[in-house]
Design a binder for this molecule. Structure first.
Ligand SMILES: [Zn+2]
Length: 168
């Protein structure tokens, strides 16, 4: 915690290595200070949980999902985010073992990202969307829910921009 005499009102916090620095105005009371420290720690934690996975974390996630749902049989050579994919949530090139996820998924619930990852992982094992393909995804309990979520996003995109409805 750092008290700053220049700082009059605002409180801020950031991570510095494995320490957290909370900047507070010098005049603040002990009680206010304690309250703010916990508020700022919660705020930082919330920001960090919303943080986007990096490509390395995305690969690790894919590995874990493959192990959990496909006995580790799907082994992608690369998993990464792409920004040039706006009509598909994910894609996969089985011959290269590469999986690409649209950056539009960033910020969506984890179970949705996991579903798209699993979907693409399943394509490493079964091409197309036949019964064998969907059987693979049956073991993931949130398949239907994730599909519904994504359909909802697509439907919302097609709506006219009504003021107050989409907040635009
Ligand atoms: Zn597919």
């Amino acid at each position: 915690m750092r008290r700053s005499s220049r700082r009059r009102r605002t409180v801020s916090a950031y991570r510095e290595g494995d320490r957290t620095v909370v900047l507070i105005p010098a005049r603040m009371s002990e009680a206010e200070e304690q309250r703010w420290v916990s508020v700022m720690l919660d705020k930082l934690a919330a920001q960090e949980s919303k943080r986007v996975l990096g490509d390395t974390e995305l690969s690790e996630r894919a590995q874990r999902l493959s192990a959990q749902y496909f006995d580790g049989r799907a082994r992608p050579a690369s998993v990464r985010w792409v920004t040039n994919q706006n009509t598909r949530w994910g894609s996969c090139t089985p011959s290269e073992g590469s999986i690409r996820l649209s950056h539009r998924l960033q910020g969506m619930p984890e179970y949705v990202v996991d579903y798209v990852l699993l979907h693409e992982l399943a394509h490493l094992l079964v091409p197309g969307h036949g019964p064998r393909f969907w059987r693979l995804l049956e073991s993931y309990p949130r398949t239907e829910r994730a599909k519904g979520y994504l359909e909802g996003v697509v439907a919302a995109d097609r709506l006219p921009h009504l003021p107050g409805v989409r907040g635009e």
